[in-house]
Design a binder for this molecule. Sequence first.
Ligand SMILES: Cc1ncc(COP(=O)(O)O)c(C=O)c1O
Length: 423
Amino acid sequence: MNANRGDLDISTLAQLRADIPLHASDHKGRPYIYLNTCTFGPVLRSIQRRMAAALRAENEEIIAIRAKEPGVRFYGRVEKARHTVAEMLGVPADDVAWLYNTTTASRLAIMSFDWQPGDKLAVTDVEHLSTHSVAQGLAQGRGVEVTVIPSAEANRQARAGAFDSEDGPGYTPSFFLERLDRLLTPDHRLLVMSHVSNIDGRRLPVAEATRLARARGVRTLIDGAQSLGMFPVNVQEIGAEFYSGSVHKWLMGPPGIGFLVISREARQNYNPHHAPIPTDASGKPCYSQVTAATLNELGTSNAALRIGAGACVEIMQRVGLETIEKHVRALTAQLRAGLRAVPGIRVASPDAWEISSSITTIQLHEGSPARCQRLVERLLDDYRIVVKVRPEICGVRMGIAAFNTAAEIEQVLTAVAQLAPAI
Ligand SMILES: Cc1ncc(COP(=O)(O)O)c(C=O)c1O
């Protein structure tokens, strides 16, 4: 079979679903229902083939490289992948650097500041562990002051041990922006915020927050790990200096490759690897020649991963991110409506799509970490449904991806209704 054919044919949700390896069933031949794309998306079969073919092609063209023959076509294809990702993000390709994952991308952006004792860093209260850990490390090692911006009233915030009979976390973008306005001061150097929280799927007002920060001279890093591939994202319109992401979640690409978008303006102050900056005849630095790639990509890279990343983005673009958003939005509404009818279950995620996402976290009445864990295990063992515990709020997280179906959601609802009362 032509290694490139399969993915070229995918342009509908049904074709996408047919290409995921998760139809692979358990040892009894029963298919899984996979709701854990928030952690790790299945790598499409056609992407796997593309990557294998890329590795082969690179090694075949090595002969050409050794002989120093001009025009090694293979590397043209690798570079095209950067353009594909840049197009999805709505930014120039010069703004995109390949890195390993969201964690390393965000960390590099954060560590590109020469943090001094007393400097201030702002983060939201719903960041991923990778952000909290670098903030904690900077506080410990460099004496940086970390300001945590709340996104909901403490007494309404969905949290471990809390079981409010009302839905949702009490989060509203206006509450968050009002707190940001109050707490973010010109002596903060950077604001780090997720586009979509991995805890309960709330969607933060990234463009408004970036504008607010910019008005105070504060730079912004957006963590896009949970947004890219779920709905269209235009990084240029958001206007943040930095935007990080990876392809192994909603984009269903390979693990071990991610990217950092660094705006042209931000590149003047970004150089964590001390790369030499080209200068003109008078010795003045020429930042116009500096790209995100030249500042970040060091040593030998894995070309097959880049090709795999470009290929999965191409597929998502062909299926259409608007189409994907419409699909996951409808399934999320179906899931939440069904969950609300289950006694003893509370939907902890915000409801309105504009401030939410296809991530739904539920809490159990009188839930304990052990009960949440038991529910996750029983869903897997008895119903082959894959979900994950969210310890921050003692919840169980379900993420709906482009390949999930309405019939699967019905099965999930039946399973939760049967298990929840007795767990
Ligand atoms: C919001 C958020 N940021 C960062 C990460 C870390 O992503 P990566 O594994 O690409 O480093 C995750 C992973 O779950 C996440 O949800």
